[in-house]
Ligand binder design. Structure first.
Ligand code: HEM
Length: 518
């Protein structure tokens, strides 16, 4: 028998607890290690610790390394558990294409924090509504729509650049990208109009708190990001209900008059020149039977979700990679000189639409460090992937980071490294970050940062326009440098890129001979 009192006497109370905790951690670790060897599809520990699931391993590496390792271990289909949700990652593009075309599967985001904060709305998962809704969305963001939005995008960017110029850079790239993503999503995409009663700074702060909960660990205890986000949601929706009431009533009138016909309302508004992006989002919710005032208030948050953090990570990742590459910055600068010679020194729609090299930079940054892993599909039929059948009712995932590793044009099929050279920016930066590959004949074949198939991101061109505007404004006049050149090396990558505190200062160095635009 174990004599507890003797151990207690030797170790003291705290020592006993430390010993028990160490023992428990040891047993847990043993279970984790052993279970990893047992199952092809389902490491046991993801069952034992569903909330944590694969998050620990992901936090310690990054999405591309983690996924490539699993691919090497298990092959073209394997199970992961993220934020409490099990899903099958499928690396076989031919097999997974069908559900991404709405055949045998439909889009649904199963993460419980996401659901609690976004509400029970699934416009993209409703086939009848999705078609006309997507058409209206793409119409609002066609070339004419983008041109109309350009001055507002420019105004947001000018405000941010003025701030950076006062400081000589960005004290924190992480914070700057967040503020810019939020401003663009609230001021341009959600197009939020607030009366004088509401402080816009307060509103944005609340929206940021709400966004912080979306992909958080789903634990609703006092002080957790989810609890804070739920409280912020209540406050925002209460305010928005009053703010959007008039707009809601008008649209509701048109909706009733049309006999609940989304396409007809959208066409009438487009013809009258009164269609706004925010109206399309609102109409989507009407389409799936949610046409109360609260739903219109929630539609504002839906726009912020679609555009806020996606834009933030696009900006962050692109700036980080560019700042690490003086060579690519020089190429952009040369291109900007040509643009200025052709379209003049003003920043204009034409100026940001005629930059093939910058387009390539953006694509390359999003290939190497995707700002989104892509959405999931819930299977309505069994899905065969090689000799494995993923059962109906499961979630499958076309995971951008992994697919980019396996690009048939870029990958030589070798598995004796942690990452293929075309993804390995840590050890092989010049070979990995090469915008030129998008301009030659052997372009990458896999590019899934913006999704694939029927639900390919509707805001992709707007996102490109936003980032190109910012890059053009800065690179014409400055060289961009990371204060800590190893910022990315010490960052965490799950659930998104998060730099170590104090490492993400960016310095703007004025060019000795600025271009004519300066
Ligand atoms: C900035 C970077 C962005 C990234 C990386 C991104 C990524 C994505 C991805 C991966 C999807 C597909 C989701 C799925 O397959 O389930 C998607 C869909 C969508 N995105 Fe984006 N997005 C971005 C910006 C935006 C912006 C600015 C808007 C709004 C203007 C927007 C609006 C949408 C919409 C409406 C859909 C649904 C399309 C459909 O189901 O037909 N996105 N986005």
């Amino acid at each position: 028998m174990v004599d507890i009192s003797a151990i207690q006497a030797a170790l003291g109370d705290q020592g006993v607890w430390a010993a028990v905790a160490t023992l428990a951690a040891g047993v847990l670790l043993l279970v984790l290690v052993l279970s990893r060897k047992q199952s092809r599809l389902c490491p046991l520990y993801t069952e034992l610790l569903p909330v944590i699931g694969d998050s620990i391993e992901l936090s310690l590496s990054d999405s591309a390394t983690f996924m490539f390792k699993r691919y090497k271990q298990y092959g073209s289909v394997f199970r992961v558990t993220l934020a409490g949700t099990p899903a099958y990652v499928v690396a076989d593009y031919e097999a997974i294409r069908k559900p991404y075309r709405d055949e045998g599967g439909f889009p649904e985001t199963p993460f419980s924090a996401f659901k609690a904060l976004m509400g029970d709305y699934n416009v993209t998962g409703n086939k009848a509504v999705h078609g006309p809704w997507r058409k209206a969305f793409l119409q609002a963001l066609g070339s004419g729509g983008l041109q109309r939005l350009f001055p507002r995008v420019l105004a947001v960017m000018e405000g941010h650049l003025a701030e950076w110029e006062r400081y000589g850079g960005m004290p924190s790239l992480y914070a700057s990208a967040r503020r810019m993503g939020l401003d663009l999503s609230i001021d341009v995409v959600a197009d939020v109009e607030l009366s004088e009663r509401v402080d816009r700074v307060w509103f944005k702060k609340e929206a940021a708190t709400w966004l912080d909960g979306i992909f958080a660990i789903p634990i609703n205890l006092p002080g957790t990001p989810l609890a804070k986000a739920l409280a912020a949601k209540q406050r925002i929706v209460a305010v928005l209900e009053a703010e959007v009431a008039a707009v809601h009533d008008k649209l509701r009138g048109e909706w009733e008059a049309s006999g609940h016909n989304l396409g007809a309302v959208a066409e009438a508004r487009t013809a009258a020149g009164s269609m706004r992006l925010s109206t399309v989002t609102q109409l989507g919710l009407f389409g799936i039977g949610h046409s109360e005032l609260r739903d219109s208030a929630m539609s504002v948050l839906h726009s912020v979700m679609a555009a806020g953090d996606t834009t933030r990570w696009t900006l962050f990742n692109t700036w980080a990679l560019l700042a690490m590459s003086p060579r690519v910055q020089e190429e952009c600068f040369k291109e900007q000189q040509k643009v200025i010679a052709e379209y003049g020194p003003e920043m204009s729609w034409q100026a940001v639409s005629n930059v093939p090299y910058m387009d390539a930079v953006l694509k390359e940054a999003m290939r190497l460090l995707p700002a989104s892993a892509g959405g999931l599909r819930k299977l309505t039929e069994d899905l065969a992937v090689g000799d494995v059948v993923v059962p109906k009712g499961s979630y499958v995932w076309l995971y951008a980071h992994m697919m980019h590793c396996l690009d048939p044009v870029l990958w030589d099929g070798r598995t004796d490294y942690d990452l293929p050279p075309h993804m390995d920016w840590r050890n092989n930066f010049e070979e990995a970050f090469k915008p030129e590959r998008w301009l030659g004949d052997a372009k990458p074949k896999y590019y899934f940062t913006f999704g694939s198939g029927t639900h390919l991101c509707a805001g992709q061109q707007l996102a490109y326009m936003e980032v190109k505007t910012m890059l053009s404004m800065v690179l014409r006049r400055y060289r961009v440098r990371l204060d800590n050149p190893r910022m990315l090396h010490t960052a965490r990558f799950f659930p998104f890129t998060i730099p170590a505190p104090g490492t993400d200062r960016v310095i703007l160095e004025p060019r000795a001979v600025p271009s004519a635009a300066a």
